[in-house]
Design a protein around this ligand. Structure first.
Ligand code: HEM
Length: 353
C-alpha cells in the first residue's frame, strides 16, 4: 500500500475522483480465508458498491437519498434528544462511581448515545442495540483488522448474523413499505443486495466512528482535571476540543483509494491499480479532512460534530470533578479505526489541579 501523509497530496487524491477511485474502501485488509468466506456465503453476504466504495453513476442518487436523513435541519433537530440520551445515562455513571469508585465512560455513554441518535434519524427502531454494537465492532475488526484464523471465523459468524438480520429486515420493508432509510432505498429502485450493502455500512459507520471520537475526547480532556472542569463551563472550549481531536487523533485515521492510471504523486510515480492509504489526521492538515473530501465526503460530519460537542459538554457539566483511573487504556487499533477501548474515570480529589 502506498502511504500518503502530506496533507496537500491527501486532499488532491480525495478531490481527484477521475483518477483516484474509492473502489477498495471496504476491501478486507486481511484476506478472508475460505472458511470465513463460506460462513458469509451461507447468508448470501455480498457488498456491491453503493456509497463509500462506489465509483459508478449509481453513487449520486444513493448518496442523495441517504443525505436527506442527515440534512442540517434534521441534525439540528436531534440536539435535544442527544442531550436527553446523555441525561438518561448519568444515573448509571453515578452509580458506578459511588459503588465501584470508577466508571467506564465508553461503555456507559460514548458507545450508546450515537447509536440511539442514528437509529432515531434513520427510523430503524427494531434492532437490539447491544447486538448492533457487537456486530459493528466485529465487522470493523473483520474488514479493517488483522485477526488470527480462528478469530476471523468468529468475526465472520458475527458479520453473517448481522447481515442475516439486515436481509430479513429489508425483506419486511419491501413487503410493507416504510419511509425509513431502508424503505427509501427500496423506493429508489435498489435491489435487496444493494439496500443491505448500504444499510450494512451506514449502521456501522454512522455510530461507531462517533462513539470512538467521543471516547478519544473524554480521554484527552479528563487527563487534566482542570481542562475537564473548563469543558463543563465553556461550550466554545468543547467545540474547539472536538476540532483539535479531529485534527490530531481522529477515529478514522486513514482511508483508502485506488488509482485508475499511473500517476505522479508527491514526487513518486505510482502504478495503475495501486492501493493508497491516505493519512486523515495527525499530519498538520485541517480538521475537516478527517471526514474526507469531494464526492464521497462523509455524510455524517455535521451529526458527528454536533454529537461530540453535546455529549462531551453535557457529561462534563454533570460530572465536572473527574480524573482518569487509567491513563493508557487498551486501544482499538485497526487500519482505519482508532480509539481507546475504555475510559475509566473516578472522582478527582478536591485539591486536584
Ligand atoms: C467522527 C465521526 C466520523 C468520521 C471521522 C467519519 C469519517 C468518514 C470518512 C473519512 C469517510 C470517507 C470520505 C471519503 O471517501 O472522502 C466517510 C464516509 C462516509 N460517512 Fe462518515 N465519519 C464519521 C461519522 C459518520 C456518521 C455519523 C455518519 C452518518 C450519517 C457517516 C456516514 C458516512 C457515509 C454515508 C459515508 C460515505 C459517503 C459517500 O461515499 O458518498 N459518517 N466518513
Amino acid at each position: 500500500m502506498w502511504v500518503i501523509t502530506d496533507p496537500d497530496a491527501v486532499r488532491d487524491v480525495l478531490l481527484g475522483c477521475e483518477t483516484f477511485l474509492p473502489d477498495n474502501a471496504l476491501t478486507a485488509y486481511s484476506p478472508l480465508s475460505g472458511r470465513s468466506l463460506r460462513i458469509l456465503a451461507e447468508v448470501g453476504f455480498t457488498l456491491p458498491p453503493t456509497l463509500a466504495s462506489n465509483s459508478s453513476p449509481s453513487h449520486r442518487p444513493i448518496r442523495r437519498t441517504v443525505a436527506r436523513f442527515f440534512s442540517p435541519a434534521k441534525v439540528a433537530a436531534v440536539e435535544p434528544l442527544v442531550r436527553q440520551l446523555v441525561e438518561d445515562r448519568l444515573p448509571a455513571v453515578h452509580s458506578a462511581l459511588v459503588h465501584r469508585g470508577q466508571a467506564d465512560l465508553v461503555e456507559l455513554i460514548a458507545a450508546d448515545v450515537p447509536a440511539r441518535a442514528l437509529l432515531h434519524l434513520t427510523g430503524i427502531h427494531d434492532v437490539h442495540l447491544p447486538h448492533l454494537k457487537r456486530w459493528s465492532r466485529d465487522s470493523l475488526e473483520l474488514f479493517w483488522g488483522t485477526p488470527c484464523a480462528q478469530s476471523q471465523e468468529e468475526l465472520a459468524h458475527s458479520a453473517a448474523e448481522y447481515y442475516a438480520w439486515l436481509r430479513a429486515r429489508v425483506r419486511r420493508a419491501r413487503a410493507s413499505p416504510t419511509d425509513d432509510l431502508l424503505g427509501s432505498l427500496i423506493e429508489l429502485g435498489l435491489d435487496d443486495d444493494r439496500v443491505c450493502a448500504a444499510g450494512y455500512f451506514l449502521l456501522v459507520a454512522g455510530q461507531e466512528t462517533t462513539s470512538m471520537l467521543i471516547s478519544t475526547i473524554f480521554l484527552r480532556l479528563i487527563a487534566r482535571p482542570a481542562t475537564w472542569r473548563r469543558a463543563a463551563n465553556d461550550p466554545a472550549f468543547v467545540a474547539r476540543a472536538v476540532e483539535t481531536a479531529l485534527q490530531q487523533e481522529s477515529s478514522v485515521p486513514t482511508w483508502r483509494r485506488t488509482i485508475r492510471e499511473s500517476t505522479e504523486l508527491a514526487g513518486k510515480s505510482i502504478p495503475a491499480g495501486a492501493d493508497l492509504l491516505l493519512t486523515l489526521t495527525g499530519n498538520g492538515g485541517s480538521p475537516d479532512i478527517a471526514f474526507g473530501a469531494g464526492v464521497h465526503r462523509c455524510l455524517g460530519a455535521g451529526l458527528a460534530r454536533l454529537q461530540a460537542r453535546v455529549v462531551v459538554h453535557a457529561t462534563a457539566a454533570a460530572l465536572p470533578r473527574l480524573c482518569l483511573a487509567e491513563r493508557s487504556p487498551r486501544r482499538i487499533d485497526l487500519l482505519s479505526f482508532s480509539a481507546p477501548e475504555r475510559v475509566l474515570a473516578g472522582y478527582a480529589p478536591l485539591h486536584g489541579g
